[in-house]
Design a protein around this ligand. Sequence first.
Ligand code: FES
Length: 112
Amino acid sequence: MPASFPTGLVRADLDPRRPRFVETPWGAMALYLDGDEVLCAQAFCPHLEGPLFEGSVGSGAVTCPWHCWRYDLRSGARLGPLGVPLPGFEKLKRCAVSTDAQGRIVLAEPTP
Ligand code: FES
């Protein structure tokens, strides 16, 4: 497994209103544009594999379209109704994001 993966995408390819699906050597991930920051988390929900990459995004979180579980994109934690992390739930896998000299998005191997 490589330690990093060049997506070939640039920030302008991302829509802040919807995640962008990307297949990586570590499985399906999704890219998010949160303000100026690009975030990356697994594309399918830990609950029942719902398509998080089709979820709604805002305030650094994604909401699964199947049963509306909401996840913080930075910590990967499932969030409760008040935006507080709920203990005892599987976190989203996330990749650190950087850019190469041409501004293309590069992902690091995911952290659990
Ligand atoms: S599959 Fe995502 S909340 Fe159930």
